[in-house]
Design a protein around this ligand. Structure first.
Ligand code: SDX
Length: 425
């Protein structure tokens, strides 16, 4: 198949078709307007491809997710977040030497400029850590002005991957009024995050392997997800040739929304609300079905997955294991989540609208069990998604046909009219 035909006002237009490596079909409308004067309309870009990409493949009907061709189930079981970050950004699994060098560079760029600590002081303690995170990432471009794109690119990628966890941990410490704990060169990526968040000067902190492994798995599962809202934002901002830090800061802001990455925080708040309401989860399933209630089951539904979200399946299985390993025999929030899932999956409303648990439904339960505060859940999502954002930004910048994102519109406002002087209105 290499073309599609559109008949408009009796005239036929032939448009080229692009077929992807997984047989996905894209009708290329690049020349549609110049040929026919018409554009397409697609609310929320639900049916519009913004690019061709070699990074992540999702099949929403079959519940498939692969990073650079590797199934998420295999990476979750056999890989580590630093290796997955390398895979996403550079396109191949690293050799032992390549991984060693990558980890060395991440370790030795994890400090932030001491002057940046002053920015934290400017925020009120109540500032949401996502607000702090995006502001601090944006300010990195003041410290590392992107002079020569090619020369600095690797360094800026390393700086961002290495410093985001330090910024995240510092914003947490600031929010609880504790002194910052600096990155520790002997710790792994995830152990270092936990150490910077939970250790205090007055007491030795032993990073638990269970927590380190649980966090590593969570970051892998969040690492990329093709053209979601925040990744599209990173591409959009980067398409004007804005620098990497400014583009990622914009992505962090998009992720903070409750319909996107902010949902993981909303899920745990919803489960706690249900627990406080006598764990009456059926009442909330019914509420979600009543359009006038405006209530949504947070952590349910997805634009692409119209079957199970493979990440939610993996997280559901690991939630039991992590809670057991943490000695939590009974977590009422996990019970409520499982009951909600069971009832919803049998309910006609959810079946008809193809609403299944997504990645945010179980992730919050594990973060909660790990002692990570709810306000930091979406920051954890951002830490996981960072290598994906970077990989997508680099792919967009290096694509030979790269163009600035500039969608069109269909105007439905007032037609031309004359200005009326104020004394005549
Ligand atoms: C993420 O894109 C990605 O890949 C995102 C992500 C990633 O890794 O980057 O996977 C991460 O953002 C996951 C989604 C987290 N958000 C939530 O859990 C919030 C709750 N979910 C919904 O808001 C919603 O399902 C979205 C935003 C996720 C998807 O929205 P869509 O694709 O625009 O679908 P929609 O809102 O048009 O819903 C279709 C119908 C609607 O009813 P009708 O207008 O057809 O009558 O289903 C209903 C919706 O009202 N619906 C829900 C619902 N989600 C959708 N009803 C009740 N509860 C819900 N959770």
């Amino acid at each position: 198949m290499n073309s599609a035909k559109i008949i408009l006002d009796g005239k036929e237009y032939e448009l080229p078709v692009t077929v992807g490596s997984e047989e996905e079909i894209g009708i290329d409308i690049t020349k549609l307007r110049s040929q026919s004067g018409a554009i397409t309309l697609d609310n929320g870009y639900a049916n519009t491809g913004s690019c061709i990409s070699q990074i992540t493949f999702i099949d929403g009907e079959k519940g498939i997710l692969r990073y650079r061709g590797y199934p998420i189930e295999e990476l979750a079981a056999k890989s580590r977040f630093t290796e997955v970050s390398y895979l996403l950004v550079f396109g191949q699994l690293p050799s032992k030497k390549e991984l060693e060098n990558f980890k060395h560079d991440l370790t030795h760029h994890s400090l932030i400029h001491e002057d940046m600590k002053k920015f934290f002081e400017g925020f009120p303690p109540s500032a949401h850590p996502m607000t702090v995170l995006s502001s601090m990432v944006n300010s990195l471009s003041a410290y590392y002005p992107e002079s020569e794109y090619e020369k600095d690119q690797y360094l800026n990628i390393i700086r961002l991957l290495a410093k985001l966890k330090t910024i995240a941990a510092f914003s947490y410490k600031k929010s609880i009024g504790q002194a910052y704990v600096y990155p520790h060169n002997d710790l792994s990526y995830c152990a270092d995050i936990l150490n910077m968040m939970f250790s205090v000067q007055s007491a030795l902190y032993e990073v638990s392997k269970v927590l380190e492994d649980a966090l590593d798995l969570l970051l892998i599962l969040h690492a990329d997800h093709e053209q979601n809202c925040s990744t599209s934002t990173v591409r959009m901002v980067g398409s004007s040739e804005a620098n990497l830090f400014a583009s990622i800061a914009a992505g962090i802001n998009a992720l903070s929304g409750p319909l996107h990455g902010g949902a993981n925080q909303k899920v745990i708040q919803m489960l706690q609300m249900i627990k406080n309401d006598g764990s009456n989860y059926k009442k909330y399933v019914d509420l979600a079905k009543d359009k006038d209630s405006k209530f949504k089951l947070m952590g349910f539904g997805h634009r692409v997955y119209k079957n199970f979200d493979p990440r939610a399946k993996i997280l559901k299985a690991s939630a039991d294991r992590v809670l057991n390993e943490l000695g939590i025999s009974h977590d009422p929030l996990l019970e409520i989540a499982k009951n909600l899932e069971e009832v919803a999956l049998k309910d006609e409303f959810f079946i008809e609208k193809k609403l299944y648990p997504n990645v945010d439904f179980y992730s919050g339960i594990i973060y909660h069990a790990m002692g990570i505060p709810t306000s930091m859940f979406t920051v954890m999502f951002a830490l996981g998604r960072l290598p994906g954002w970077i990989a997508q930004w680099v792919e967009m910048r290096e694509y030979s046909g790269a163009k600035i994102y500039r969608p069109r519109q269909i105007y439905v406002g007032e037609t031309e009219r004359a200005y009326v002087p104020i004394d005549k209105r």
